[in-house]
Design a protein around this ligand. Sequence first.
Ligand code: SF4
Ligand code: ZN
Length: 343
Amino acid sequence: MPVSCSSCGEKRAMLKRPKTGHSLCKDCFFMAFEEEVHQTIVNASLFKSGETVAIAASGGKDSTVLAHVMKVLNERYNYGLELMLISVDEGITGYRDDSLETVKRNQQQYELPLKIVSYEELYGWTMDAIVKQVGRKNNCTFCGVFRRQALDRGALMLKVDKICTGHNADDVAETVLMNVLRGDIARLRRCTTISTASEGEGVVPRCKPLKYAYEKEIVLYAYFKKLDYFSTECIYSPNAYRGYARTFLKDLESIRPSSIVDIIHSGENLSVREGVKMPVQGTCSRCGYISSQALCKSCVLLEGLNRGLPKLGIGKHHRLHGKILSQQPLTEKEERKLKSVES
Ligand code: SF4
Ligand code: ZN
């Protein structure tokens, strides 16, 4: 027997909301989903009227739903924002080239300006070329570090006030778990904040309007709205550690759906004891980007790539790396050690 929508009581329920278990018709689900994002935006005062906001668009479900919902809410509630799309082209044949086609279609559908920044033009390296040199083990380290900076550089070129990203509740909960497992207090503290203030010259503040939106609901929203998105995984995606955290989270969610939001709340409520040493934020002496070391991670990784020492920025060989980066000669023993690390 058809169940009627528990919100309007009129139309037929088409789905059971993963977050609350309510049976809803399509329209009531759209409304509930959009209103929750609106509440997130209002409660955290994410935007101010008159701001230019770049939506980081990958063509995937999260950023496509984000772009759609931001456009709807901006009109419905008169946020007064000027929206645009910004995409990063990592240079991954068979993946990013196809997903960028989706972003270009989204640009037409949503009538938003689009800026694409590529690793090739910013760093002189595509991910295809990086994987050729480093193999498939640490590729995501390069990609993640480069992406962060690429988005900032693109945002600076566009002169936007803010960037918003499609990180959803599942992503945030996964990151909380991973930072707990790694004991990374500095990241643990940062990963649940909904927006990062501009901490240094040249860094554009970021926010996550979908922070409390469940991945399952994002998929349902995109499906019922018939949004045009790209759903293939990156061909270089090994990220095993995140994969385990993800599987663990999905298992928890199947037993208790509130687990996702509970983990986020746990992360939000953790406080760090006074006197615990935190990295001090400074700027990179080479490119001027924010960094807690003399050289930012991106410059170290790039230096390694350009010298044929791709492991330079990975792992813990700081003393040797310091010497190389400051162009001091290595002893024979150090040369041997370095070769053994790189081979
Ligand atoms: Fe980059 Fe790794 Fe993501 Fe692929 S899976 S886009 S290599 S971070
Ligand atoms: Zn740098």
